[in-house]
Design a protein around this ligand. Sequence first.
Ligand code: IPD
Length: 265
Amino acid sequence: HEALKAELLDVALEAARRAGTFLRDGRPDDLGVAATKSSAVDVVTEMDIASEKLITGFLAERRPADGVLGEEGASSEGSSGVQWVIDPIDGTVNYLYGRPDWSVSIAARKDGETLVGVVHAPMRGETYRAVLGEGAFVNDRPARVRPAPPFAEALVGTGFGYLTERRVRQAEVARHLIPQVRDIRRGGSAAIDLCDVAVGRLNAYYERGLNPWDFAAGDLVAREAGALTGGRPGEALSGELAVAAPPGLFETLQGLLDDLGAWHD
Ligand code: IPD
């Protein structure tokens, strides 16, 4: 597995860098001003699709036998057993408004296990990466979670989905949580939120309704940095519920979210 993991990491880093540079340099300057116009949204959608094409094209060159699963529709089985899970822009709304927290998220899975995760955040000048069993890094520095604070002092990240019905429920959960913790952040890129837990910029993160491409890479980065991640108690992190925090905080937050019904709409 060692040689395979090293190769996958190399390929993921290069693919993410290429897409990140394309997105940063190719973003029209007036997009933020025009953010409310549907034409601006169309530009972002086009960039999203072009970024995914760039990534899948590069992967097809370097690892032709692998499968892919991408937010913009890329989907193939492949024959190698390796599957790439790709979010060509995570934090699309931030990208639209010219806010810096957007990322390219790329993970490689084999036999249901994520082996490699890369979250590249060009406007932060940071790339988060992890290899299963080998730790997490931000650029070339090791990434480590912040030790668990008392619950009342936790800075907790979250996100809200696009469906109105879901957002009503998410607001309910947040309403209960806000008085119990230091504060809440809504960063706008789930992949970056998970990496922020990994580097100690958040104590914890949770969200309902993510897709695999939002969390595959960030989940591994968070775990390799010392976080626990999961869904409802006893379950793996999934689209139903994603929770990430250091031991000691994780169990409390997970239990509370379960009680509050954060896992259903
Ligand atoms: C979204 C972001 C956001 C989260 C949403 C996701 P996208 O991904 O990760 O932070 O709250 O649930 O859908 O659409 O920008 O790739």
